[in-house]
Design a protein around this ligand. Sequence first.
Ligand code: ADP
Ligand code: GLC
Length: 486
Amino acid sequence: MEVLSVASEVYPLIKTGGLADVAGALPGALSGYGITMRTLIPGYPAVLEKLDGGRVAAEIDNLFGFPAKLIAGRADSLDVIVIDCPPLYGRPGNPYVGPEGGDWPDNWQRFAGLSWVAAQLGFGMIEGYRPNVIHAHDWQAGLAPAYIRFGPESAVKTVMTVHNMAFLGFFGSDIFSQLRLPPHAFGIEGVEFYGGISFLKSGMQCADYVTTVSPTYADEIRTPAFGMGLEGLLNARADTVSGVLNGIDTKAWNPATDPALVQTYSANTIHKRHANKAALVETFGLDGEEGPLFCVVSRLTQQKGMDLLLQVLDGAVELGAKFVVLGSGEKAIEDGFHHAAERHKGKVGFTSGYNEPLSHQMQGGSDAIVIPSRFEPCGLTQIYGLRYGCVPVVSRVGGLADTVIDANQAALAAGVATGIQFKPNDGHALYEAIRRAVRLYADEDVWRKIQRRGMKSDVSWETSAERYADLYANLTGLSRYDHPDN
Ligand code: ADP
Ligand code: GLC
């Protein structure tokens, strides 16, 4: 079976968040099921640089105003089809925003382009290549199912995966005439959304099947509080929507082999982690290793509840907690962490920006990771935390609820706890959760057990890859190969 994955970022070629991790890991996870997954990706400079050889598989005279080439090849062990179109994608840095921090004004063209090419591939644009399924990720690929739905008759099936409902890909209706869709596509059964156009809604409306990245988030988005205005659509097609929990790439995230760590370790040699903590303390200029060290590796946004963490930070430091924070995002929150680091020299360290190796070192050296998200479709950093013995302290929403087992009395007694959850998501509950973590940390035996259990949780793609394989098989009527290990 041939599946074309359509994504605006894919690790290790280009990454701003968890979408890249998922799009990067899925092809490998599915290969065991006889599925060949190729990834269609815009030709940002970072992607073109990593392309190894490759051949021009098609030429397009006019991709939303510009000539483009499709280059098929390999890049960092991924099979890719890259859209080489410098006027649309030839911009270094973040794939969505310009140097001033605002969205590129032509994002609708750039990602309509991505989606349109995906559909053309579905219709057989490259000789000898016809995907059975187009798997579109997030709003940037959202128009692909619409182009298929409103295009010529074809056998290709479409899956839309929603990684984050908050990014609707919303544009004014004035772009419609340039989208290359028939007039009747502008309607409630098509791309229209509250008078404008939402690329995400288009995909969710037109795809044969919709998935999101955790079962709890799949339930939450059927309610107005989380549905971003799309809860009606989701309820109307409830039997073709489900949550498939993300796994992680257990090779890239393995504390026993991770080259970013000062000291590698496993669940049985967890005491060795202290060398990583020592290194981290030095990197962030903290005043020693004693006491629990909490980390944050995150986009610094309201979604991630970072304003709540700022509210309780002073109190948490008083409890004896130390913090190391890595991230970038909303200016007010970044400023807040800068000030907190100044106020609490030696107790709070902050590094602004994006740093992949440091993110691994923080998981490998901190005692806990704090994730107070207001909503969280899946969340990967708590899963990396589990794998690295960095105990997750999380709000009970979305994928955080599905991956962490709260260390309440019953779970501790049953020996199943892997972290700390709190609800409701407000400053008070967050503070109480941190206090609970500080107390648990003080009992070394209990803490070690929580760490070890987390490290042994199944966080691989195995189960979820099989769910996607079954989904593709059901949609296409093709059978998937049995997994060789079964
Ligand atoms: P989201 O995709 O909503 O940002 P996830 O938890 O799913 O949240 O994924 C975030 C990914 O981005 C993880 O791989 C995390 O380690 C990484 N990440 C986030 N911020 C940074 C940063 N400042 N530096 C390095 N990696 C980061
Ligand atoms: C989005 C979500 C995050 C999820 C990631 C990968 O960025 O915000 O929760 O883990 O996609 O699916």
